[in-house]
Design a protein around this ligand. Structure first.
Ligand code: NI
Length: 163
């Protein structure tokens, strides 16, 4: 396993559509292990392969219980709405407000090519949508409507600490 370098938004890799994965081999498994190690090390909730310069439709999401591997994921169902703060490992130090569905369901393949579904609410729904967007070359700030100032950020953090 190895930590991979996370690219930032200026990199062209983050603005291209990724290719479908067709081979569920050792190379894919190594990529998944590296992505999991990298997202944990960076304290992220999710990571998409283009963020480390690999133009394949591969995502890892930390649900809090486990890190789920999603190959060729597609958002197949959404409902409700949430409006809140979002960040991205490729846009370090910034947090923007983005409207997202409250619940999102994705269909994806596992590392062996078997299809499964992942449904998430709140932060996980946000993450499913955010990471799938990366695979189509989109960064969340395109959908965001307000960049949080340092003061607003401090206020949100202190409010969370009180809760
Ligand atoms: Ni991101």
């Amino acid at each position: 396993m190895a930590l991979r370098k996370i690219l930032t938004a200026e990199d062209p890799a983050l603005h291209k559509v990724c290719h479908k994965v067709t081979r569920f081999d050792e190379k894919l498994h190594r990529l998944l292990e590296d992505m999991k190690e990298t997202v944990v090390d960076a304290n992220g909730v999710g990571l998409a392969a283009p963020q480390i310069g690999i133009m394949r439709r591969v995502v890892v999401i930390d649900t809090g219980e486990e890190i789920v591997e999603l190959i060729n994921p597609e958002v197949i169902e959404t409902s409700g709405q949430q409006d809140g703060m979002e960040g991205c490992l490729s846009v370090p130090g910034e947090y923007w407000l983005v409207k997202r569905p409250m619940i999102a369901k994705a269909r994806a393949q596992d590392r062996n090519g078997d299809w499964f579904e992942l449904e998430g609410e709140g932060l996980i729904a946000r993450c499913i949508c955010h990471e799938c967007d990366h695979l189509d070359g989109h960064i969340y700030t395109e959908k965001a409507y307000h960049k949080l100032t340092d003061e607003e950020l401090e206020e949100i953090i202190s409010r969370q600490e009180e809760e």
